[in-house]
Design a protein around this ligand. Structure first.
Ligand SMILES: Nc1ncnc2c1ncn2[C@@H]1O[C@H](COP(=O)(O)OP(=O)(O)O)[C@@H](O)[C@H]1O
Ligand SMILES: [Mg+2]
Length: 261
């Protein structure tokens, strides 16, 4: 058996003092694509932000490519009424180390600068990786995956549709040469037509063997895409389903929300 690319063991975290997710165990091996599906507001983004080093884990381990990304020890919930908690504690994980290790998180929502053009954003992304092996091939891959971005090269981000912005965000993630690409709600808020187009592009990323961890509300898109699906509810993993045993769309919704829905 090959070693895991990503292994979360007993991971807990949240926004002190509010616990958001607890005892999460999740593994990605080889070039697997993994899905995470669960209701809104139950802590998926908080979990991903923790894995990406933007929030400190409270407990548990994040192992990535054989390296432990978070430092040892559980976090003491030390809250002051007067001081910002963040001012006097040591970080347990650093986003810079996570990115350097090749774990790339494409955040939920549109976080691009509206006044930059598509070309400027992608040039900067590519320059950040310049000199690294494979950057030229990845640029070609990005152009193949998202031909629409070529047409929109001179457009400012603020004139793009939601789907096109999502394509730019994913392209930036790919140009960082990920060993694992995490996508948080890539199809959120898109029209059905654009959602389909984006889903096809993401399926083609999968064909390039970049391992994926994808959170999405569109369960059909996820079940078509992934090798394994984790169901996530109230801050914890409630089921893990293999592609070979993937239930239907309706069965998954019944597992999550009860059969009366
Ligand atoms: N910056 C924040 N500060 C405090 N609480 C937050 C913050 N962001 C999200 N939360 C809370 O954490 C919980 C989980 O949110 P989130 O991780 O965004 O869920 P999901 O991605 O599954 O929709 C929610 O109750 C939400 O209100
Ligand atoms: Mg979210």
């Amino acid at each position: 058996m090959s070693a895991a690319l990503l292994q979360l063991s007993g991971l807990s975290g949240g926004y002190p003092p509010v616990s958001v997710f607890r005892n999460v165990n999740l593994t990605i091996t080889g070039t697997e694509a993994i899905g995470l599906f669960g209701p809104n507001g139950h802590g998926k983004t908080t979990l991903l932000k923790t894995v990406a080093g933007l929030l400190d884990p409270w407990q548990g381990e994040i192992l990535f490519a054989g390296q432990r990304l978070n430092s040892e020890g559980s976090m003491r919930a030390r809250i002051s009424r007067h001081l910002n908690y963040d001012l006097f504690r040591r970080r347990k994980i650093r986003a810079r180390d996570v990115v350097r290790a090749g774990l790339i998180y494409v955040m939920q929502g549109n976080l691009l600068f509206p006044e930059m053009t598509v070309g400027e954003v992608l040039d900067i992304a590519q320059r950040a990786a310049s000199g690294r092996q494979g950057v030229g091939e990845m640029r070609d891959t990005v152009h193949d995956l998202f031909p629409r971005l070529r047409e929109r090269w001179q457009s400012k981000i603020r004139f793009l549709s939601g789907g096109e912005r999502q394509m730019v965000s994913i392209a930036v993630g790919l140009l960082a040469l990920p060993r694992l690409l995490i996508l948080d709600e890539p199809t959120l808020g898109l029209s059905p037509k654009l959602r389909l187009e984006l889903a096809e592009s993401i399926a083609r990323i999968r064909d390039t063997k970049v391992p994926l961890l994808v959170v999405d509300q569109n369960v059909e898109f996820l079940t078509d895409l992934v090798d394994r699906l984790y169901l996530f509810d109230h801050g914890t993993v409630t089921a893990e389903i293999d592609k070979a045993h993937m239930p239907s769309h309706d069965e998954i919704l019944a597992m999550m929300f009860g059969s009366g829905q």
